[in-house]
Design a binder for this molecule. Sequence first.
Ligand code: DAH
Length: 340
Amino acid sequence: MLLDEYLAEAAALQSELDKRLDALEPGQRVDAVKGMLKDWRQRQDELQRSITAVPPAERREAGAALNALKQHFEAALAAYGRRAVVGHGGPVVDLTLPARERWRGGVHPVTQVIDEIREIFRELGFTVAIGPEAETEWHNFTALNFPADHPAMDLHDTLYLDDGVLLRTHTSPVQIRVLQQHTPPVRVLVPGTVYRRDFFDASHAPAFAQVEGLAVDEGVTFVDLKATLTTFARRFFGSTKTRFRPSYFPFTEPSAEMDVECQLCSGSGCASCKQSGWMEILGSGMVHPKVLTAAGVDAERYTGWAFGMGPGRIAMLRYGIPDIRILYESDMRFLEQVNR
Ligand code: DAH
């Protein structure tokens, strides 16, 4: 066999291979494609064997052509694999890359707690209201019956902006805003962020979430408060025992704090509940007549009850979180633990 013939056969094999690969649908498995080219590969083997027919002086060149053909085969096959999916001219997709791990989004534990509280109160007939975070001193304190010299109003406790405006220290001013806009019966739940001039340490944060509740109607009594909040605690915590302790807030009279059996020790006493077996979860009380009057509601005709709680604290109790700062750090290891 002459060198020219040998080279011509190698060139013919190469162009046939290119044509056949071009004609193939993209996206087939590379081993399957190799199988379809079995006859082609047999011809390549024959070409390899027939090198002995080439005159010895020209075999070196014939061998180089054969090697080039073999390399072309591997490269053309790999190129076919990359062409998959989109096909000619489109973006190259390398199907041999390992799959990328998906990022699953999650819901922050404090948001989870707020969502559950909302759902329970929605079923009890409460709608959601929100109010501004930059609030007037009048809505935040005065209308809520805080005396002018109350320590909460101190520059050391409250973040003042200017001209009688401050960052609200609680969600209670939204009670006033709701009552100014709506005639009772009113039943609202108010989630929101509140601000206090506190150091950021294990148990304090300068900005944190609160959920406020308010129910005002004719004939509303302390029984409604107790029954509703007890129902809420049973639903939220399971079959937990509750207790009410007398307390004081300027905007409620009488006032009470509600405790539930400690979630971590089931009431037997642990470090988290300071051996008491109880955890305080909210403040509450009958809306003070002065508050109703300040909001323009007829306090002779209507009565109401209200509560305020900290979902961050509840999330800490539920998940056994020892330091409040963990709730603000967005550490993926923590967020994954509470999102299973
Ligand atoms: N506003 C109170 C606070 O920030 C919480 C609170 C207590 C709200 C009693 C209420 C309530 O509506 O009745 O600590």
